[in-house]
Design a protein around this ligand. Structure first.
Ligand code: GTP
Ligand code: MG
Length: 229
């Protein structure tokens, strides 16, 4: 019983902090993506591709969540956009408090799209709201098409699901039909993309969808921000 109580309290506190984060981000008209997947599915690689394509059109900032190291933040910094690294020091997911501290390090007046790359983990990150407009989850073909049913929460909660490393599909037993059927049964409303970061496939479609979302947010919040299109 006490265990359940502790978890409930953590989630309540997180919800309160997250609501405040969201208020700030909404007021600024910033579209926020919570990017999640198991370790190594290609979150940072997809981000690198998206940033390279969109950074001249919209103002992008990234918050990188990792247990240790600044490796991913260094990759994003090399793209010449603002990035903040959170080291969770062991925790398997990001939470509202960590995001709150990171927002203080960003000039939010200079951001249209904020991507938060969560800690590589197919379970815990899906349980915590961190102020996002949308959860986006990545699965790579090498992980197996059974993962959505085995780890359903992340797929159920994501507004978009990216199937990455499609260049490797011929070398795996990944069953595309089963994958889409399972995604459909878990979350019929999710939009899906297929990408290969190595071959630069599917990135343009993903970027076009993201740009629409950034525009929608800006309009709905009546933000006075300028987007450089
Ligand atoms: N063949 C192939 N390899 C890819 C693709 N995308 C990423 N990779 C490789 O997969 C490995 C992991 O990619 P990352 O982008 O670091 O994955 P991540 O999800 O950010 O990993 P964590 O942050 O550690 O959870 C790297 O060696 C990438 O080069 C792809 O589309 N095709
Ligand atoms: Mg990464």
């Amino acid at each position: 019983m006490s265990e359940i109580k502790v978890v409930t309290n953590i989630l309540q506190t997180n919800d309160e902090i997250t609501a405040k984060n969201k208020e700030i981000l909404d007021e600024k008209g910033i579209y926020v993506v919570n990017l999640m997947s198991s370790p190594g599915s290609g979150k940072t690689s997809i981000l690198e591709k998206v940033i390279a394509k969109l950074k001249d059109d919209i103002k992008i900032a990234v918050i990188e969540g990792d247990i240790y190291t600044t490796k991913d933040a260094e990759r994003i910094e090399a793209q010449g956009i603002p990035v903040v690294q959170i080291n969770t020091g062991g925790a398997c997911h990001l939470d509202g408090d960590m995001i709150k501290n990171s927002l203080n390090s960003l000039n939010l007046d200079e951001v249209n799209l904020l991507v938060i790359e969560n800690v590589g983990n197919l379970v815990c990150p899906a349980e915590f709201e961190i102020g996002e407009d949308i959860k986006v989850c990545v699965l790579s073909t090498t992980e197996g098409n059974d993962k959505p049913l085995k780890y359903p929460l992340m797929f159920e909660k994501s507004g978009a699901v990216i199937l990455n490393k499609v260049d490797l599909m011929p070398f795996t037993n990944f069953n595309r039909e089963e994958f889409y059927s399972d995604i459909n049964s878990l979350n019929a409303n999710a939009i899906t993309f297929e990408t290969s970061c190595i071959k630069d496939e599917g990135i343009a479609e993903l970027c076009a969808w993201l740009i629409d979302k950034v525009f929608e947010k800006r309009k709905s919040k009546n933000s006075t921000y300028k987007i450089n299109f």
